[in-house]
Design a protein around this ligand. Structure first.
Ligand code: SAH
Ligand code: SF4
Ligand code: F3S
Length: 468
């Protein structure tokens, strides 16, 4: 029988990317091979994100195309998994292109659902009927065990490109920021047992993984109770970095509320724990922060960033912002610009507010900042962020930095003739992107390079002539 082919389209955050790779890993074991061309596929898996409306629109436009593909290939099966699957369930299943709908808590069922759908022309739905249940409920505990087993069984280094692995520290979120869909599609916060995380990390490091990133929507609230002992993120970072042969350990994303300074202490004292924090502020206006239910004021956030810099002097801070939240005035926006100027991010993402069905802000607050103003504020904030990182990056000029090499850059031919090597891309412990010409064999390895030029998002380093 010819090998069956699977085409994958993945949207959304690192959590989703990890889920996608686990499904591909599991299907690979059943003999499926990946293909880049949807036309050549027997199965198309779309892993979806609901965080903003345009992420969902992109999925619908893809489904439109797959519906058309099915006309010429009636044996094609399409599975929609991830956050939109949980949010829309039946509604997605009714789409002409769709055969399977499975939510994030049913990830482990996807291979079996695909096998069933290959043998019939029925539609298959598996989502959580009630996604918000207490973390201690039997349903959540059972799902967590199944997901843990699935993750341990199908996570191999082949899932992870460039010698870096993403490992889930926790699932779900309990914060209910008023704009956010995540708690409604990913369910309650559940921290994985440290043994499961360590076992997975050890396996991956033994297979050659150099860097492990621990994942959670608010990873700093990681907490696992085992008898008398309670494990927090700082403990986990220490344990993971003790694995023999591991290079770097990092974690995303942190929430500024209840941020435990023991995490910073570990960062300062343990060279394997990268001095990098992705810690979104979302806004610099107290009024807006309150309306967002973020649980801190701008002054508290700034204080925490000052503490972080005092404990870890070379820390790189990254963030996210939402512009155009309901009721955001010019004054509120200026407060955000002020916070950005004060904190001096290494980089920050800016998103235009997008009302998400059934969230508090969608139900109670009018989306009353026009798109043009959202666009202007978005552009202005990005300009300030970029201006600051351009200034701050100059401090790297002439310095030697250590990078973990990821492979060929987007423009591998740049300077290739002159240096005799393609252009490579790597990242420093602070997550700064560095490009330089060097042998491709450096991929997946650490290298020291000297910075010769800087830009807001990129550092440029001198060529590395050999791997010696
Ligand atoms: N758990 C992370 C963020 C997850 S979502 C945290 O709390 O920091 C990633 C980012 O998307 C958020 O930081 C926020 O900036 C943005 N976002 C979430 N919901 C949004 C919405 N409704 N409209 C616009 N941006 C949104
Ligand atoms: Fe969404 Fe807030 Fe949870 Fe982040 S902390 S996932 S923004 S609800
Ligand atoms: Fe999107 Fe779901 Fe991640 S909504 S941001 S893919 S948790």
């Amino acid at each position: 029988m010819p090998t069956r082919k699977i085409h994958l389209k993945s949207f959304g955050c690192q959590m989703n990317k990890l889920d996608s790779s686990l499904v591909v890993g599991a299907l690979g074991e059943q003999g499926y091979e990946l293909t880049d061309t949807p036309e050549a596929a027997d199965v198309i898996v779309v892993n979806t994100c609901s965080v903003r409306e345009n992420a969902e629109n992109r999925v619908f436009s893809n489904l439109g195309h797959f519906k058309y593909l099915k006309k010429s290939n009636p044996n094609l099966r399409v599975a929609v998994i991830g956050c939109m699957a949980q949010r829309l369930g039946d509604e997605l299943l009714a789409h002409e292109a769709v055969d399977i709908v499975a939510g994030p808590a049913q990830l482990h069922e996807v291979p079996a659902l695909i096998a069933e759908a290959m043998g019939d022309h029925d539609k298959h739905l598996s989502v959580s009927e009630k996604i918000r249940q207490p973390a201690a409920s039997q349903q959540v505990i059972t799902d967590s065990h199944k997901l843990d087993d699935f993750e341990l069984a199908h996570d191999t280094d082949a899932n992870h490109i460039k010698s870096q692995a993403f490992i889930r520290a926790m699932r779900g979120c309990n914060n209910f920021c008023t704009y956010c869909i995540v708690p409604f599609v990913r369910g309650p916060e559940v921290s994985r047992p440290p043994e499961a995380i360590l076992k997975q990390a050890k396996k991956l490091v033994d297979q050659g993984i150099q860097q492990v990133t621990l994942l959670g929507q608010t990873v700093n609230s990681y907490q696992y109770k085992a008898g008398e002992k309670s494990y927090r993120l700082a403990d986990l970072l220490g344990q993971v970095s003790d694995i023999g042969g591991i290079g770097w350990v990092r974690f995303i994303t942190s929430h500024p509320g209840r941020f435990d300074t023991s995490i910073l202490q570990v960062m300062a004292s343990n060279p394997k724990v990268c001095p990098y924090l992705h810690i979104p502020a979302q806004s610099g206006s107290d009024r807006i922060l309150k309306a967002m239910n973020r649980g801190y004021t701008a002054a508290e956030y700034i204080d925490l960033m000052d503490t972080a810099r005092a404990i870890v002097p070379d820390i790189a801070i990254a963030g996210d912002f939402i512009v155009g939240f309901p009721g955001e005035t010019d004054e509120d926006f200026e407060a955000t610009v002020d916070l950005v100027r004060r904190v001096r991010y290494k980089n920050a993402f800016v998103f235009k507010y997008s009302p998400r069905p059934d969230t508090h802000s969608e139900k109670k607050l009018e989306d009353n900042v026009g798109d043009e103003i959202k666009q202007q504020r978005n552009a202005k904030l990005l300009e300030v962020i970029s201006e600051i990182s351009a200034e701050d990056n100059e401090r790297f000029l002439g310095k030697e930095v250590e990078v973990l090499v990821e492979g060929l850059s987007k423009k591998p031919h740049l300077n290739q003739e002159k240096s005799g090597h393609p252009q490579l891309i790597g990242r420093t412990a602070g997550d700064y992107i560095v490009v330089f010409n060097g042998p491709k064999s450096l991929t997946g390895r650490f290298a020291n390079v000297k910075i010769t030029q800087t830009a807001p998002l990129t550092l440029f380093a001198a060529p590395r002539p050999s791997t010696a």
